[in-house]
Design a binder for this molecule. Sequence first.
Ligand code: ATP
Ligand code: MG
Ligand code: MG
Ligand code: MG
Length: 485
Amino acid sequence: MSTADIRSRFLAHFEAAGHTAVPSASLLADDPNLLFVNAGMVPFKPYFLGQETPPYSRATSVQKCIRTPDIEDVGKTTRHGTFFEMCGNFSFGDYFKEGAIEMAWNLVTKPVEHGGFGLDADRLWPSILHGDDEALELWMQATGLPAERIVKLGKRENYWSMGVPGPGGPCSEILYDRGPSYGPDGEFATTERLAMPTELEDRYLEIWNLVFMQDELSAVRSKEDFDIAGALPKRNIDTGMGLERVAFLLQGKENMYEIDVMFPVIEKAEQLTGKKYGAHHEDDVRFRVIADHIRSSMMLINDGVTPGNEGRGYVLRRLARRVVRSMRLLGYEDPCLPELLPVSRDKMGETYTDLFTNWERISTVAYAEEDAFRATLRAGTTIFDVAAGEVKGSGGKVFSGDKAFQLHDTYGFPIDLTLEMASEQGLQVDEEGFRRLMTEQRERAKADAKAKKGSHRNTDSYRAIADTMGGTVEFTGYDTVVDEG
Ligand code: ATP
Ligand code: MG
Ligand code: MG
Ligand code: MG
């Protein structure tokens, strides 16, 4: 079943049940706390928070999402994209747990010839928040499954909130058992667990998350520690089903990067590099990163992001540059975006036709970024290689902070590039040393600026990123806007 078919079946199923189909909002969240839309509910937040009155009581959508914290998982797990589409159905004070459970179960198990996904009920495992007896009962009624077939998970996994006082509530998930070759079964459902053990996540694939918004939270200290002040005056439903996850199951693929709208990029990369997908684990990860990041970069530019050194622009820059580096590591040194990007456009453009109308802008921005990155690499790679060679030659393991700083300061190598390249050589970077030099430079610049009062020197843009990173180089800070105060 094509991804497009899954998308339209989802919408049709919920439209038939009285939901208004709402087009995807832009990836650029209209929300000061979010860099990108990372879930289907984001555009509906004002309704859930009671700030605005919805023009409908039921809605359904397939929302474009970006999750930058998942970047490290891309290509390594079977199921994490930086860009993905979340299919959702929403109830604003209308139906609650019973309706949400029935409609979801119905769609996944309904035979293909009747408009459903035709998944085998024997392989599906609902999960609940342990203690949510209401949900347990409703799942048993809707599915005919015994209580032991319903997984009980803790708050970390199955309680939703926005991390601040406001609405919250228990969740249920639908997991799909891919079979014993993907992991152990053991005491899967009978044990009460805080969260899904990692070794089970590839076997029991989470495809759908149902949030039952019912509580008013007065304080949230952590995922497990919060105060429920009372019941919400209006109870809501917010669900999210991963389009690519269902697609890879229904298309009989191993992971989301192999589905119809993504795999052609891998094929193109195979053709360009002469390497085979499926031959070596490390190369395969690179192929999958390429397929994911090409698509994410394209969708970001389409929604108006341009590469830069901060915030959204930096996310785009990092994604695009990772494609270029991954292609080089697979042995392809020529400009690759002009080869790969149109392949992704042709697939994604079947749904997002604006990719064609915006193509000139998208391609110009993307290709210019590759050119700029190629120039950076040309300037700094030899310096890096010589330095790395010296460290290894002397039996060392640590790439000095001095060198990392020099690469950054003179050749414009962002620290994450140095980190990535060093780790490929089996080296660590003296990040502390690097940070110290960065701080010293910053102090000098400040003193300088003070001395030349009023002259606004344009400080190195990377410094701005280092500042927002609070001294860490983890990419994960970009999903939410970091408080710079
Ligand atoms: P996981 O535990 O697998 O990381 P999640 O619990 O973080 O998923 P939710 O926040 O519940 O995901 O999002 C709802 C649905 O969106 C998930 O059930 C999944 O099908 C899909 N989804 C979430 N993150 C991704 C991603 N990075 N790539 C593709 N699909 C995703
Ligand atoms: Mg996740
Ligand atoms: Mg999960
Ligand atoms: Mg979830």
